[in-house]
Ligand binder design. Structure first.
Ligand code: GTP
Ligand code: MG
Length: 194
């Protein structure tokens, strides 16, 4: 996918602030500081349309980006970092939960994990929730440049087991440093959107 026209649409916390548009949406979720904004920038061919932070958990809001007037990329806040009270059932914030449960034009959830690490409890909670709600999803294992090339497939197989994934094309390696995974992810996105 050649992306030339990308524009920031709006920052939202509440539902009323979401863009009033029926463009289909692809939302990006994952723990804080994993490289979610970096991935979004790379997918959108931009250096810094999505803010890249050095302080984890900085993004508390939802940011919407218009891609070629065809779809929205939705950058959700990172989960698993905010200090959330133990009584709360879910550790991802209400901001994420509201978006995921109310947004009808959400077509695909891209869940980002670090290829080097096993899923955390938060990741498993999120994933179980994705399955329970029946979302279309793809798990992107990023920072693939941080391991040896020969380890990539080994880690993918381990992660498949961790998540108990049997389907094909729902777990892909990614690295903005190696320029790996962009075409594959775009293909998955386009297949969902058509
Ligand atoms: P929050 O919005 O704060 O939750 O973080 P985020 O998930 O948006 O992560 P962000 O894109 O800000 O990246 C976090 C750090 O990881 C930055 O220092 C990035 O440069 C680095 N990073 C992101 N992607 C990659 C990658 O593919 N490879 C390597 N080596 N570093 C990466
Ligand atoms: Mg971010």
């Amino acid at each position: 996918m050649i992306v030339n026209n990308v524009r920031f649409v709006i920052t939202a916390v509440k539902q009323e602030q979401y863009p009033k548009s029926d463009l289909m949406e692809v939302a990006f979720v994952g723990r804080s500081n994993l490289g979610k904004s970096t991935l979004l920038n790379y997918m959108a061919n931009r250096k810094s349309i999505a803010r890249i932070s050095s302080t984890p958990g900085k993004t508390r809001e939802i940011n919407f980006y218009n891609i070629e007037e065809k779809l929205h990329f939705v950058d959700l806040p990172g989960y698993g970092y905010a200090k959330v009270s133990k009584e709360k059932k879910s550790t991802w914030s209400e901001v994420i939960e509201t978006y995921l449960t109310t947004r009808e034009q959400l077509k695909l959830l891209v869940m980002i994990i670090d290829i080097r690490h096993d899923p955390t409890n938060d990741d498993m909670l999120m994933f179980d929730w994705i399955l329970a709600k029946g979302f279309n999803y793809v798990i992107v294992a990023t920072k693939a440049d941080k391991i040896k090339r020969s380890q990539i497939n080994i880690r993918l197989n381990e992660l498949k087991k961790d998540f108990n994934i049997e389907k094909e094309n729902v777990l892909i390696p990614f690295s903005s440093v190696l320029k790996l995974g962009r075409d594959e992810l775009w293909e998955i996105i386009m297949n969902q959107i058509i």
